[in-house]
Design a protein around this ligand. Sequence first.
Ligand SMILES: Cc1ncc(COP(=O)(O)O)c(C=O)c1O
Length: 389
Amino acid sequence: MEQYDRPKTTAPLNQTAQMLQTRRIPLMNPVLDQEMIEAALHALQNEKFVMGESVHKFEEEFAKYCGTRYAISTGSGTAALQIALESLGIVSTDTVLTTPFSFIATSNAIIHAGATPEFADADPTDFNLNARDAEMRMTERTKAIMPVHLYGRPCRMDEFQALAHKKGVKLIEDACQAHGAEYMGKRIGSFGDAACFSFYPSKNMTVGGDGGMITTNDENVAEAARCLTDCGREGNSKYAMSRIGYTSRLNSVNAAIGRIELKRLDGWNLARRRLAALYRRELDNLDKIELPTEDKTQSRSVYHLFVIRSPIRDLIKSRLATHGIETGVHYPIPIHLQAPYRKIYGYSEGAFPTSELLAREVLSLPLHANMKEEEVKIVCERLREAVQN
Ligand SMILES: Cc1ncc(COP(=O)(O)O)c(C=O)c1O
């Protein structure tokens, strides 16, 4: 997760503010335009604050977009993951297998659901969970696999579907970074027993605040998830509860913004892909830099992040910073080496060597849908200088 600047509105800027803005190339840049502001205001003035009409419409539209029967909104992506796991029947004696090379919320959600996280290493070609290593590390207690479509690059879901089927375990997609990505002609979010999205403001689409979504084709999972997000309420009852639930609903204002952003998502993702292609052309064959591998024919990434690898990552990062170019590291510490995981589960260095190496070498370059080609060229020019001098 990344700190992000406040979205820029379309209001005119004075000259100094414009100069200050153009001197810096940000890593990401969430959008807030007039249509979103008006939709938010309309929802605020005309709907219930929580779970109003916009929420129901957003859920319907999101499900349709992902090609699933159901979509259930939540208060965050982390809550979506936790609630999806609980809705799939994961309990405290279970373990859930995921990757240590992700944002920490991926495995925190497993712990929040009462289960134990276990890890398999990342694949050095696409940085996603390695299905072969996952199979080797599964135990009797493993009841679910949770691959993460990291940086908006789809995992090889046919391999994970086959593995989940073979072992008789649940499959949950952490799609928090992959809104709109496709695999084998289908949208991400429709491959597992459930999938989870985040609308945190740095993502390819947001809701103007925190929010999340669970997608599923399973009616029972959808019902359980709906109930858990809403205090455990039994159907439409006000005070009859069937589960120990949470308050993890989406606000109507946020859903109203989300509906507008969903309409823009494909256009924004196309812009991201074009800018990623430009980065590739400009940085081809550059010494000490490894570009992200290109999509295979069955896969369409949405470039939530454009991530290069370099053994001199920290030097490049600081050199770019001196030119006002903001970069990111996603993520500098693999989850198993975070303090609470070392303490609780006893992990130490060397447990997952690919993830640990990636954590030392990855660098996210600026990329957002409204970035100008000239800005990409400036980043590449400065990057070439940083590597050569
Ligand atoms: C891969 C991944 N999983 C889970 C999450 C958690 O989402 P949220 O921040 O909405 O709780 C994020 C968000 O940053 C993420 O990138």
